[in-house]
Design a protein around this ligand. Structure first.
Ligand code: GLN
Length: 485
């Protein structure tokens, strides 16, 4: 295993030392060997990928540079639209749907030379933290198949951890890139809201959703971030101007940087002792590398989880109203009238967690409860933004755990939605604020499974965030289990 497998593959292909077809076959062989057990993919795009790889090899032979991701296999979360290729959101609701267009991120990675190898499994419509809410069955953690990979982008995290692809794209509304990255021992990044286009991402909670990279190293995550970031006129929330450059300062170290360890997040409910100890050790390591590390209070983050589980379901209930069997989605047959048809279509098409979110959201937005629930949650969101603003007056980045523990056994949290929701306690505040955050592997728990530490930065702070992440990667204790590839 090399330090930056995606960058190394692209380099070798651009120099003519490797072929994209050869690289693809190596990855497909790994998929063939382990995918039946892992179920990272809803669909493996063998034929399309072989065609794309052949085109890249032909370009290199003609002396044309295929781009910074030349021939790099990439796994795409199955809530990203792919032209002519089924996009299911792991829901029965979208069975058989083939989008007529590519998501902007899909178009950008393809233009940069990447080879889409498959569509990855997720919690239905990205609602969940374990990938057990998929209508097509769970994904398993490649490091221990009795455990979950995290979620909702569990298929993307597992694909990267299993060596099915060195890169993957996921979406993160409340932690769905960072938490599975932590549980699978890979790097996962949620960009600043508006830096990566959401055009072609099937909406869950539009004010929180962001697309971001999974990779086996910080350098590779930066490479993919720099390809997908940037203004897109097709997304009205896309930021104008040049995006921050993730790869600009990876080698700069942390000398003189101010790092704040967030008191409320290290002390959050339900964190395991080893997670807290790991995060403190990461903070100390940064201090020995020259950073000025202190604890900092960001008080309103303690309300983040409660606010999120009103705002996200509220937006979801609105976004998912389009699936009525008429304009979009599965249509039930045999209903007596149109009302029965709507009810039957939605009852058959959505799974239990999606129904729970729609009911929660509809309730929070209803006339009698709007002020008490949705309105209050929006006020909390403002307080979180203000508290982060204060903290970032004194600190360049903040540090916290990513997930409350290592990967848990399948079924361990499915009976208790609140227990499942607690997975996101440390990741949600950045979504509410619209700030970037990323998870970097940091050693292992007593069970030998990976732990992650989270680096948080202010809006558009990706350059310094990746700089600190790269330093943490260099200082990290040896990982426990690792799938070699
Ligand atoms: N686990 C969180 C939820 O269930 C976050 C999901 C996400 O980021 N897509 O809502």
């Amino acid at each position: 295993m090399t330090a930056n497998p995606a960058a190394d593959i692209a380099g070798a292909i651009r120099r003519g030392e490797k072929t994209a077809s050869g690289v693809l076959e190596e990855h497909l062989a790994r998929v063939q060997a382990r995918e039946p057990e892992i179920h990272a993919f809803n669909l493996v795009l063998e034929e399309n990928a072989r065609d794309t790889a052949a085109q890249i090899d032909a370009a290199v032979a003609r002396g044309v540079d295929p781009g910074p991701l030349a021939g790099v296999p990439i796994a795409l979360k199955d809530n990203l639209c792919t032209r002519g290729v089924p996009t299911t959101c792991s829901s029965r609701m979208l069975a058989g749907w083939r989008p007529p267009y590519d998501a902007t991120v899909v178009a950008r990675v393809t233009a940069a030379g990447a080879v889409a190898i498959g569509k990855t499994n997720l919690d239905e419509f990205a609602m969940g933290s374990s990938t057990e809410n998929s209508a097509f069955g769970p994904t398993r953690n490649p490091l221990d198949p009795s455990r979950v990979p995290g979620g909702s982008s569990g298929g993307s995290a597992a694909a990267v951890a299993a060596g099915f692809a060195p890169l993957a794209l996921g979406s993160d509304t409340g932690g769905s890139i960072r938490q599975p990255a932590a549980l699978c021992g890979v790097v996962g990044t949620k960009p600043t809201y508006g830096v990566v286009s959401r055009y072609g991402l099937v909406a869950f909670a539009s004010s929180l959703d962001q697309i971001g990279p999974f990779a086996r190293s910080v350098g590779d995550a930066a490479l993919l971030f720099d390809v997908i970031a940037g203004h897109d006129p097709a997304d009205s929330t896309s930021l104008a101007g040049a995006p921050p450059v993730a790869s600009a300062a990876l080698e700069h170290g942390v000398d003189g940087l101010r790092v704040g360890l967030v008191t409320e997040l290290v002390g959050a409910e339900g964190l395991s002792g080893e997670v807290v100890a790991g995060t403190r050790a990461a903070a100390e390591a940064l201090a020995s590398a020259g950073a000025k590390v202190e604890e900092v209070s960001v008080p309103a983050t303690v309300y983040g989880l409660s606010a999120y589980y009103l705002i996200a379901p509220a937006e979801a209930s609105s976004n998912l109203s389009r699936y009525d069997g008429v304009r979009y989605g599965h249509r039930a047959t045999g209903a007596a009238d149109i009302t029965d048809m709507y009810i039957a279509s939605r009852s058959e098409g959505f799974g239990p967690e999606v129904k729970r979110r729609i009911m929660l959201g509809t309730y929070a937005l209803s006339a009698g409860y709007y002020d008490a629930y949705y309105g209050q949650a929006q006020k909390v969101r403002t307080l979180i933004i203000r508290d982060f603003e204060v903290a970032y007056q004194s600190f360049d980045v903040l540090l916290s755990p990513t997930a409350p523990g290592t990967a848990f056994p399948l079924g361990a949290k499915t009976a208790d939605p609140l227990l499942m929701y607690l997975n996101d306690v440390c990741t949600i505040p950045s979504n509410l604020a619209g700030h970037p955050a990323m998870s970097v592997p940091w050693g292992a728990g007593a069970d030998g499974l990976p732990l992650g530490v989270q680096v948080l930065a202010p809006a558009l702070g990706e350059t310094v965030m990746f700089q600190v992440a790269a330093t943490l990667e260099r200082l990290a204790p040896a990982a426990g289990r690792k799938v070699e590839s």
